[in-house]
Design a protein around this ligand. Structure first.
Ligand code: GLN
Length: 348
């Protein structure tokens, strides 16, 4: 009190205290996403849900017969921040098979086990620009310069996962996927059986890679493990938690467990950015600026590095094999929250 020379000073101090108290709820409401508030995130998810819930575009995948039987009305959105806050909207309980989204986590596993040089030399990290199950893409470069997010590279990645036999490799993949999601994930047996009985094309891809010296385990067994990994069942919240683990530099923000290294995340996200939505990856990147991965089960996840992971489940797909609603929802949320990394506020 001695130091306060005047009444004026005292009133200044009171004013400052008043503002600090006033701003407290705002500070409290802030998430680990820096400037994003809970209210902003909730509003963006609610609006996106309302805007797109009645959209009827797209069609379930049916080249895997069981996928045609999945309820096309399943629609769930989940966002998990890099500090573990969870936001959901709609149906985040119904599960769909993870399909190609699994490729991201097996890629990360191979990076962990073998490092980036092995991944580049044995598979490649460049976008093919072709459909996810393109045989031409393999043939054109004799198995080189594919990437782990399209079928040939993904089957090759699965073949590289450490394990003395097929069962050990499968267990290792399932365990790693569980760490990303923060819970054990069940396998969708009907989807597995349906695809396993009908995956001659993927087997052909595996054999073609073998012919070019780019298959690193038995091609039939590798394709089978790959088919199983694609049949893992997830809901929107599982996918968002998996994305949030990437967003948080490899540490699951809910379980706090380190799943992969920061370096692995740094090397995984760029491939998601260039090849995560198959031959429409460029359009996706143009619209959102975010690394993402889709699957023909109807799941789509995206990563806002250091901020959050977001995922949507909605089975009807567009011609490239990406969920129509999921793309629209995430694009909308990214725009509302201004998390496209290329959205740059100029310094004046
Ligand atoms: N299991 C599917 C396949 O190999 C995965 C494809 C996808 O999701 N794009 O065809």
């Amino acid at each position: 009190m001695k130091r306060l020379k005047s009444v004026k000073q005292l009133s200044k101090l009171c004013c400052a205290l008043f503002f600090i108290v006033l701003s407290m709820p705002v500070l409290k409401a802030q998430t680990g996403t820096g400037t994003l508030t809970k209210a902003q995130i909730e509003a963006a998810l609610n609006e996106a849900y309302a805007k797109f819930k009645d959209l009827k575009e797209g069609k379930n995948a049916d080249y895997i017969k069981e996928l045609a039987n999945v309820d096309p009305n399943i629609f769930g959105i989940a966002l998990v921040t890099a500090d573990g806050q969870v936001y959901t909207k709609g149906d985040v309980k119904s599960m769909v098979s993870i399909q190609s989204v699994s490729k991201v986590f097996v890629m990360a596993q191979v990076l962990e086990e073998m490092g980036p040089k092995a991944l580049m030399d044995k598979i490649g990290v460049d976008a093919t620009g072709m459909r996810f199950n393109s045989i031409v893409a393999v043939e054109l470069q004799r198995g080189k310069e594919i990437n782990p997010l399209v079928n040939p590279g993904a089957i090759a990645a699965t073949s590289l996962v450490k394990g003395v036999d097929s069962a050990a490799k499968w267990k290792s993949i399932q365990d790693k996927m569980a760490e990303f999601a923060g819970r054990q994930l069940p396998i969708n047996v009907p989807v597995y059986i349906s695809e396993a009985g009908d995956n001659l094309r993927n087997q052909a891809i595996a054999h073609l890679l073998l012919a070019y010296g780019r298959m690193y385990f038995d091609p039939v067994q590798s394709t089978d493990i790959y088919t199983k990994q694609c049949a893992i069942n997830v809901n929107a919240l599982d996918l968002a938690t998996m994305a949030a683990t990437l967003s948080n530099g490899g540490v699951n923000p809910v379980t706090k467990k380190t799943v992969v290294s920061q370096k692995t995340v740094m090397e995984t996200l760029p491939v998601m950015a260039t090849a995560g939505l198959y031959d429409n990856s460029g359009i996706w990147l143009f619209n959102t600026g975010l690394p993402a991965k889709s699957g023909v089960g109807g799941g789509l996840l995206a990563v806002s590095p250091g901020k959050f992971g977001i995922a949507v489940v909605s089975p009807p797909l567009d011609a490239a094999g990406n969920s129509v609603k999921a793309q629209k929802v995430i694009e909308y949320v990214v725009e509302q929250l201004k998390v496209n990394p290329y959205w740059i506020v100029p310094k004046k």
